[in-house]
Write a protein that binds this ligand. Structure first.
Ligand code: SF4
Ligand code: SF4
Length: 382
């Protein structure tokens, strides 16, 4: 019996990023891991549970996407999906273009088998590379010797598969990105020198606390350092909604990176997935039992709609948010000039601050945030 086609999913116009976390498996063990921004040692618990390629094909072919919006494959290390052989079939059978966030775990021969000839799906005209390679010293030095040299060689080997590789990010399909960690700025300069004239290279702002200092620019005060920085012992209540479609390795859709990573560092969504797969993924309260945090839905649920991403939902974890969700971003869908406020991946309103924290926000800023409804009119009595 053939599987019935699922209803198509139309993307709300203000959703501008689609991230598919194919696997949380990874070949590296970086001390600063993007999946565990609090560096709480939770990465090992994330496991390698994955959804079968035929389910991903069914799920992703539901999406009606504008031609300039790729599906970004990420993880963990997405090239390890399906034991390093899963990407080719997925790319071949999904009608979309893709970006890939990778640490190039696979040497050239295995990368060739992994992609299985699917080069065009990973190439598109964009002002930045579609294959964004992350450089992680000192972990790559530990594994490969001088890590940046191996990484550059592996980037250039992608030329043999048909990718454009060069130092100009506008014309290269491949670029190296490195977090400018304040404890490792010398390695940034070293890597930039090594990459010059070979592969597009950029540093990314470090987000978070380092030696008690908060790095990054955030639209919402104390959004990532309220608890970690010792300003208040627990998260605060607020309303939140997202502009991103974030799908975990088992197809659950999450409203932010904190919800996604927390769930996977605390056992994952495997039991809920097993219950759902026995009932054609029709989500109800019972099927989500055991999940401490509530997903937006499941991408294979016939009743799921992407409009749900734009619904405001209550959250009591404000202040434990993850930097990539609340940092100020350049984005073509938003402007500082129009709204007087910067764009972020999530929008937050009605944050109930305790008085003692509120008084540490400069008066002019807190007045402005109140006038936009970001800070609740009342404060927490504590
Ligand atoms: S490569 Fe990425 S996912 Fe893997 S351990 Fe390093 S930061 Fe984490
Ligand atoms: S307030 Fe923070 S933790 Fe809560 S849903 Fe929004 S981004 Fe996630």
């Amino acid at each position: 019996m053939s599987t019935p086609e699922l209803p198509k999913l139309s993307l709300p116009s203000d959703v501008n990023y689609i991230g598919v976390f194919l696997t949380f498996g990874c070949n590296l063990n970086c001390s600063y891991c993007i999946n565990d921004p609090g560096q709480a040692g939770g990465r090992d618990a994330m496991g390698r549970t994955e959804m079968a390629p035929e389910l991903w094909v069914r799920a992703l072919n539901r999406l009606r996407l504008p031609p300039d919006l790729p599906i970004t494959l990420q993880g963990g290390e997405p090239t390890l999906y399906g034991r390093g052989l899963g990407l080719g079939g997925l790319l071949a059978n999904v009608d979309a273009s893709f970006d890939l966030l990778t640490n190039l775990a696979l040497p050239p021969g295995r990368m060739k088998r992994c992609l299985d000839g699917q080069v065009d799906k990973l190439r598109r005209d964009a002002p930045y590379p579609s294959i964004r390679v992350s450089y992680h010293p000192p972990e790559m030095d530990r594994v490969w010797g001088r890590g940046i040299d191996t990484l550059l060689d592996r980037c250039e080997a992608l030329r043999d598969l048909g990718f454009r590789v060069g130092p100009d990010k506008r014309s290269s399909d491949v670029g190296i990105y490195m977090v400018a960690h304040p404890g490792n700025l010398g390695a940034c300069e070293d890597a930039a020198r090594a990459a010059a004239k070979r592969v597009a290279f950029e540093t990314k702002e470090f987000l978070g606390l380092h030696e008690g200092v908060l790095h990054g620019t955030y639209k919402y005060p104390f959004s990532i350092d309220l608890v970690a920085g010792g300003h208040w012992p627990t998260g605060l209540s607020c309303q939140c909604r997202t502009t991103e479609l974030l799908i975990d390795p088992l197809g659950f859709v999450w409203p932010c990176h904190h919800f996604l990573y927390e769930t996977w560092m605390n056992g994952g969504s495997g039991e809920a997935f097993d219950r759902l797969s026995a009932r054609d993924f029709a989500v109800d309260e019972e099927s989500l039992a055991g999940l401490a945090l509530r997903p937006v839905g499941h991408i294979l649920d016939p009743a799921f709609t992407l409009a749900a991403l734009r619904d405001w939902h209550p959250c009591d974890r404000y202040g434990r948010c993850i930097g990539c969700d609340t940092k100020v971003k350049n984005n073509r869908f938003q402007s500082l000039e129009d709204a007087g406020l910067a764009h972020t991946s999530v929008e937050i309103r009605d944050i109930v601050f305790p008085e003692s924290v509120l008084e540490r926000i400069p008066a002019e800023r807190s007045e402005r945030l109140r006038s936009y409804g970001i800070i609740a009119a009342h404060t927490l009595n504590a």
